[in-house]
Design a protein around this ligand. Structure first.
Ligand SMILES: [Zn+2]
Length: 576
């Protein structure tokens, strides 16, 4: 009983914080708080069955202007054009301009957090318009809709074109306030038991001694093997798979940009192929599924102000959306949400250059982009070391269809000499001069983004980013409050008699938490879902985590049940 009393207090503190965007005030209350109709569920409860599946598609870094540009490029309607539309406010708790980590965390957990944080509660420092989070919430792991879907017996999947440990996918599968710690994130990802994981990042599975990038000596492919995963490495191998669990990483790092794929990654699947395969595999589950798909590199194209890279990423994302929408329409029980996490680059159709003067023709917009055959990154590589101005002129003519003057080649050369970190950015001034597109920054921007929906349970209006996560939870039938209480319990608070030790003793980054209650002692490797009890090992329903900032340990409630030999069933995570 003590367990539950403690949790009730925590929940109350939780609820008071940032009420206008806070998920734990409950869905119905959120509708009222957000204004009548602002977050209404399309179909009255009872008349239409709850959606069985949710597909979330994230166009990372995609502003509305990028959709418009892609429509002109495609020459016809985009797949999102036939969907309903809403807007999302994107800021994080500590910045008007969010990064991908808290943006994805809001969609994954229904909670807004700090820049750089992946599905853990925010730090104390927040924007002046927000109330600082309660102490209990800071750095606390926040349960994700993917974790909730798993507990409901639904199949789960992730398909992205970046490393699967990059911010957006990691926010659904892992919990860490440091998005760059991808080695740690991969430990959590392989221990999440997600049914279908497709993307890049193979080098994070293997130690350096085996050709990978892991510096902790661990070989995570062994975990995948022990858990029965198929591990295709090419699009051909993926195509052959017709069932079972899949952990398909098709490149050591990120997948190739779509525009460069024929040259750099011909054996990698496209986002559309991954989307179709993921749906095919997941829909076999009679309980339904949750699938998150990301067009990861739309963001990077915009960071580089690289228009050709951008439109090719967007056209492929459009095909993936088309595939998902086709399934959702046929299925009728699937909520499809297509959304960005923020915009990047400050893209505009129209700029201060010569091409934008007077009436702008379609051809003026699309022809320069059609002539570009590779990304700026590949262009940079093609230039080779120490390029001459003549070499620059030749390569730009061949690869981007731009006839530059000797002066412009000199400008590129000067940029080349200055650029060390982001060589792809040296062409930005040419992209502005030779296209009708404008860019204001190499970073993210702070505006609202579009959210497109199809199917039952779709949200409307101008949403706070956490409301997107709340809506997904609602659609899946998950009570996020109950889910948090079941997945992340502080053992010392829930059971005051339990002895909590971190091992190795005194280590800066502990590896194991040891719990002792009476004569019973168990060991829990951190960031994994494993309980070791002598020679017995149990796979848990969630991860065991340690927040180094607050020195708190979080384990699934299931651990305490096992520790105390309690037969009490685990509480339901569905709304009553
Ligand atoms: Zn992003």
């Amino acid at each position: 009983m003590r367990v539950f009393r403690r949790k009730a207090v925590w929940t109350m503190v939780f609820r008071r914080w940032e009420s206008f965007s806070w998920r734990l005030i409950g869905f119905a209350a959120a509708v009222i708080a957000a204004g009548a109709g602002a977050l209404a569920v399309e179909n009255p409860v009872g008349e239409v069955p709850q959606p069985k599946n949710v597909i979330l598609m994230v166009a990372d870094g995609c502003g509305i202007e990028a959709y418009t540009l892609t429509r002109w490029m495609k020459g016809k309607e985009l797949a999102v054009d036939s969907l309903e539309v809403a807007l999302v406010k994107t800021h994080s708790t500590d910045s008007v301009i969010t990064d991908s980590a808290p943006a994805a965390s809001a969609y994954a957990t229904g909670v807004r957090t700090s820049n750089g944080f992946l599905s853990v509660g925010p730090q104390a420092k927040v924007l002046s318009v927000l109330t600082p989070p309660p102490e209990d919430l800071q750095y606390r792991p926040l349960a994700t809709v993917l974790e909730g879907a798993k507990l409901l017996g639904k199949a789960t999947g992730i398909a992205v074109t970046c490393r699967v440990t990059h911010a957006t996918p990691a926010a659904f599968m892992a919990h860490l306030p440091r998005r760059d710690d991808e080695q740690d994130l991969m430990i959590q990802v392989v221990h999440q038991n997600v049914d279908v994981v497709l993307g890049g990042g193979r080098e994070l599975l293997l130690p350096t001694s085996a050709g990978g990038k892991r510096t902790d000596g661990r070989d995570l492919t062994k975990v995948l093997k022990a858990r029965g995963y198929q591990t295709p490495q090419t699009r051909q191998e993926l195509a052959k798979i017709s069932g079972g669990k899949v952990f398909g990483l098709f490149a050591p790092g990120h997948l190739a940009p779509e525009i460069d794929r024929p040259q750099l990654g011909p054996d990698e699947p496209t986002l559309e192929e991954m989307t179709r395969k993921a749906i095919e595999l997941l829909k076999a589950d009679p309980d339904g599924f949750f699938l998150m798909i990301e067009g990861s590199q739309i963001d990077w194209a915009c960071h580089a102000n690289d228009p050709a890279y951008l439109v090719h990423e967007m056209l492929m994302f459009d095909r993936a959306v088309g595939a998902a929408a086709e399934f959702a329409r046929q299925d009728g029980q699937t909520l499809l949400i297509v959304v960005s996490d923020h915009a990047t680059g400050g893209l505009s159709i129209g700029n201060t250059g010569p091409l934008s003067k007077g009436n702008l023709t379609v051809e003026t917009v699309v022809e320069p982009l059609r002539r570009m055959k590779c990304s700026a990154t590949l262009l940079w590589k093609t230039l080779g070391k120490d390029p001459t101005p003549e070499r620059i002129q030749t390569v730009l003519q061949e690869e981007w269809g731009i006839k530059t003057t000797p002066e412009e080649a000199g400008e590129v050369l000067a940029e080349v000499k200055r650029a060390s970190k982001n060589p792809q950015n040296v062409f930005t001034f040419l992209s502005t001069r030779y296209t009708a597109l404008g860019w204001t920054t190499h970073n993210h921007t702070g505006g609202d983004v579009a959210l497109f929906t199809l199917g039952p349970g779709r949200p409307k209006g101008v949403l706070a980013s956490p409301q997107v996560g709340q809506c997904i939870a609602q659609a899946l039938g998950i009570d996020l409050d109950k889910l948090n209480q079941r997945l992340f319990v502080e053992p010392g608070k829930a059971l005051p008699d339990v002895k909590v030790e971190l091992l190795p003793e005194g280590a800066k980054t502990p590896q194991i938490v040891r719990l002792q209650a009476g004569q019973k002692r168990v060991e829990l490797p951190l960031q994994e879902n494993v309980l070791n009890n002598g020679d017995r090992s149990v796979e848990l329903e969630g991860l065991c985590l340690y927040a180094s900032q607050t020195k708190r340990v979080y384990v699934p409630l299931q651990v305490l049940r096992l520790l105390t030999d309690s037969q009490e069933p685990l509480p339901k995570i569905t709304k009553e």
